[in-house]
Design a protein around this ligand. Structure first.
Ligand SMILES: [Ca+2]
Ligand SMILES: [Ca+2]
Ligand SMILES: [Ca+2]
Ligand SMILES: [Ca+2]
Length: 188
């Protein structure tokens, strides 16, 4: 399925946010850097069980992309492969449900450090900063996701906004901002 204009903008932005080393393609190296930097942001000791769980969750995302998105199997997910991959995923509500449900579980198990079932800004920002996503994008995302403004993103808020990121074609949906401000991709 071809992505709508707004989804293309969101997924181009998401591509650039996932290309941690900025070499124009998504490779294993991007996830290795993200896992290590996120470990530091979360204050996890190298070699600890928590660090291993984090690395596993980050690298399993790469493995899934390598398997499903890297169509020519050259170890690089190029922008076109990425957009084709997401076009395929968002065409199926079942795949979206699986993905967003999985994200929610991972996010809460890895990033909710005090285990209260919701993400403070500090919990939340570890992911973004670890993935070298500029803090301004992180602040925008947190503000949009915290629908009731209590300074925490809880499970429902996470689910609602992540779902909007993958499904919404409404430019006003807060969930579009899951990875920060994508709007400059709308016009070029
Ligand atoms: Ca890269
Ligand atoms: Ca490729
Ligand atoms: Ca928490
Ligand atoms: Ca909230």
């Amino acid at each position: 399925m071809t992505l709508s204009k707004i989804k293309t903008a969101k997924f181009r932005h998401y591509f650039d946010m996932t290309d941690v080393d900025n070499d124009g393609v998504i490779t294993k190296a991007d996830f290795e850097i993200a896992a290590e930097e996120t470990r530091k942001e979360l204050g996890l000791e190298a070699g600890s069980n928590e660090a291993a769980e984090l690395t596993q969750s980050v690298m399993s995302y790469w493995e899934s992309l390598a398997q499903h998105a890297d169509a020519d199997h050259d170890g690089k997910v190029e922008l076109q492969e990425w957009l084709t991959h997401w076009g395929h995923i968002v065409s199926s509500q079942e795949m979206i449900d699986q993905l967003v449900g999985g994200y929610g579980q991972t996010v809460l198990s890895v990033y909710d450090r005090d285990g209260d079932g919701k993400l403070s800004y500090e919990d939340f920002s570890a992911y973004y900063l670890g993935h070298q996503i500029p803090e301004e994008n992180c602040k925008i995302a947190f503000e949009k996701m915290d629908a009731d403004g209590d300074s925490y993103v809880d499970n429902d808020e996470f689910y609602q906004t992540a779902m909007q990121f993958f499904t919404s074609d409404d430019v006003e949906s807060p969930g579009n901002y899951l990875f920060g401000d994508f709007t400059h991709y709308l016009n070029n």
